[in-house]
Design a protein around this ligand. Structure first.
Ligand code: KG4
Ligand code: ZN
Length: 358
């Protein structure tokens, strides 16, 4: 079964073609990062307009690179939740129009659940990615960490999962983005902090890890404030000093030490909860997903501390893409009826545990 996936929930316009939920035939991502970097974050109206401009060429390119025509496509999957409403609408409307025009079944899917399914892509048409050697086994523990979500989810099977824990405030990617801004590092903050941290001392500042009732929940907002206060102390100003004026007062070594110390605690928070979950629930596999899953420190701390082996999706399938949407679409198509074009709507803030696999 060949599925065309479409993704436009935030600032990437993406289309991909995937066969049987695991073979990558093409994966086209048009990133708007350069456009939004100027503003230090995603500007919703600008994102929606840019999606409109490129969605058709991106879909055409994905089909061309996969070497398929509309006759070959068995179904269309689209991320219709969660995300920026204007952005979600563009991809969803494109998918609905194409489903109607070419008479294809349509499977709307959840973006964060899609991130997890990047780990099911294990075969490729043109061998240029370092893919996992096999698909994850169930029960599967998934750590989903993006700019908007930080969740630990236990999957008994496709479509049968429960939330073990989640962030009580900021998502971890969001914390990376906000701390990067304090340090004068560019947007998106994740890769910038990871890069700066390479030359920093992760033990220079002992930032506290939030203590929460559940060992599977996370909190990053206290850590973010602790970093802010430490920077203010370091440069000799009090807590009323505006954070946007701090970067100019830090030298490269201080910036690197703050980046490394923050990253160390943020990653340890995620790894502690993941390791604890494996001790309680004995999953057969552990996967990580979402933009922050590209973080190298997270990968090495997990590899070191997890009691079972872990394989990682390549970086390009961790950040937003449509291959993960097409992969999830395949498994949904095995389990549920397609959604009618008229009933396909966007849900900007629904959690994956509130979507139904009927
Ligand atoms: O999944 P994603 O591409 O978009 C959302 O669904 O949000 O995730 C983007 C987030 C951003 O907050 C970005 O700073 C973070 O993922 N990110 C990283 C890294 N690369 C991207 N965070 C930490 N380390 C990285 N290497
Ligand atoms: Zn995402």
């Amino acid at each position: 079964m060949i599925i065309l996936g479409i993704e436009s929930s935030c600032d990437e316009t993406a289309a991909a073609v995937v066969e049987d939920g695991k073979k990558l035939l093409s994966n086209v991502v048009n990133s708007q990062v350069d456009i939004h970097a100027e503003y230090g974050g995603v500007v919703p109206e600008v994102a929606a307009r840019s999606h409109i401009e490129v969605i058709n060429p991106v879909i055409r390119q994905a089909m061309r690179e996969a070497n398929v025509t509309w006759d070959d496509i068995d179904a269309i999957a689209v991320a219709n939740a969660p995300g920026l409403v204007g952005s979600l609408l563009v991809g969803t409307l494109a998918a609905k129009t194409l489903a109607e025009l070419y008479d294809k079944p349509l499977y709307p899917v959840h973006h964060v659940e899609g991130h997890i399914y990047a780990n099911f892509i294990t075969v490729q048409q043109s061998p240029n990615l370092d893919l996992p050697s096999k698909q994850p086994a169930f029960p599967m523990l998934a750590l989903a960490v993006s700019g908007l979500h930080s969740q630990l989810v236990l999957f008994e099977d496709h479509g049968n999962y429960r939330l073990l824990g989640e962030t009580l405030d900021d998502a971890v990617g969001e914390a990376f983005d906000k701390v990067a801004r304090m340090l004068g590092l560019p947007y998106p903050g994740g890769p910038a902090i990871a890069q700066a941290a390479l030359t920093g001392d992760p033990k220079k500042y002992a930032f506290p890890k939030a203590k929460l009732k559940s060992p599977y929940d996370f909190s990053f907002s206290g850590l973010k404030t602790a970093v802010l206060r430490a920077i203010q102390r370091e440069v000799g100003v009090d807590h009323t000093f505006p954070s946007h004026e701090l970067p100019g007062r830090l030298n490269d070594a201080q910036q690197a030490d703050f980046a490394a110390s923050f990253q160390h605690v943020a990653v340890k928070t995620l790894v502690d909860a993941t390791v604890k979950s494996t001790q309680e629930f004995y999953p057969a596999s552990v996967v990580i997903a979402g933009g922050a899953a590209a973080n190298q420190e997270l990968r090495s701390q997990l590899a070191e501390r997890l009691p079972i082996d872990i394989e990682y999706a390549p970086m390009s399938l961790c950040t937003d893409n449509a291959a993960m949407i097409a992969a999830l679409g395949y498994y949904r198509a095995q389990a549920v009826q397609p959604t009618s074009v008229d009933d396909t709507k966007v849900f900007p803030s629904i959690s994956m545990t509130d979507t139904v696999w009927a």
